[in-house]
Design a protein around this ligand. Structure first.
Ligand SMILES: [Zn+2]
Length: 275
């Protein structure tokens, strides 16, 4: 939770902001420890479905690559699944992607029952790393829809989960929410085809532009050098490290499937797709 100058809570999509914070912590420590973290191609281009890479480590937890298109579970967004393709038509099914124990490390977690294939892998082997694009694209559509929801519900977020089947956000609030009204609001923002883009901004630019900071729906973490901002033009601007579609029209037919009162100060909103 980030506090503004007045001490009020300004952070909304907290899970996403904390994902960003941990991402920047990684960058801050990289130079200190001279570590060799995985190059995160998905941060610059969420639409990359595959990439060439080399195996940089293998252990009982999974496979590390020098670069990857696989998003590791974080900020509420599920980790990617997919496969690694190697010479000799060897294929390793990847069930999940997680952050490793050391900073900047991404672990590709193999599906069970591939012991023989895994035993054949060596550090340095060339692979094609390919995500399950259909599943990830649903994550991107849902993730972008959660930003729209943040714009429609101006309250702090204290929980977030984004999967291929649903997305849910927990808002810190006591007022009732209108399911049909929110679904109509989402439909309006989707059909208005707002462009979605990220950009990096350094702390000095943030300091020089207090009005930019004021316009953000969640306040950026400071002191880590640079911040990744996600902007849905005219709708939402906040720090976020996740993967998004490039136009709200790509979200398609999203609806509020459920609103739950989880506690006196928590309202849970669950989103689903009609397709
Ligand atoms: Zn986001």
């Amino acid at each position: 939770m980030v506090m503004d100058a007045k001490g009020a809570s300004e952070s909304k999509c907290d899970g996403q902001a904390s994902e960003l914070q941990s991402m920047m912590d990684v960058e801050a420590r990289m130079s200190v420890e001279n570590a060799h973290p995985t190059i995160e191609l998905f941060r610059e281009d969420a639409r990359l479905r595959d990439c060439e890479a080399r195996i940089s480590g293998i252990d009982e937890r999974g496979i590390r690559l020098d670069r990857t298109v696989f998003y590791p579970h974080g900020g509420g967004q599920a980790g990617d699944s997919g496969e690694l393709r190697l010479a000799g038509d060897v294929r390793i099914a990847i069930a999940d992607t997680r952050k490793g124990e050391s900073q900047g490390e991404i672990v590709h977690v193999p599906a069970a029952g591939q012991e023989a294939e895994l035993a054949s892998l060596k550090v340095g082997d060339a692979v094609i790393a390919a995500i399950d694009w259909e599943r990830r694209y649903r994550h991107m559509r849902f993730h972008t829809a959660t930003h729209l929801l943040c714009a429609l519900i101006p309250h702090p977020v204290d929980g977030c989960s984004i999967t291929a089947a649903y997305a849910r956000l927990d808002f810190h609030m006591s007022e009732p929410l209108d399911k049909e009204g929110l679904t109509a609001g989402l439909a309006r923002l989707v059909s208005a085809s707002h462009p979605v883009a990220h950009r990096w901004i350094i702390d000095a630019e943030l300091d020089a532009n207090p009005s930019l900071v004021r316009s953000m729906s969640a306040q950026p973490p400071r002191g880590t050098g640079r911040v990744r901002l996600l902007e849905i033009e005219g709708v939402d601007l906040q720090p976020c490290g996740g993967t998004h579609v490039s136009n709200t029209s790509e979200i398609g037919a999203v609806v509020v499937t459920k609103i739950e009162k989880k506690s006196s100060m928590t309202r849970r909103v669950v989103l689903g797709f009609l397709d």
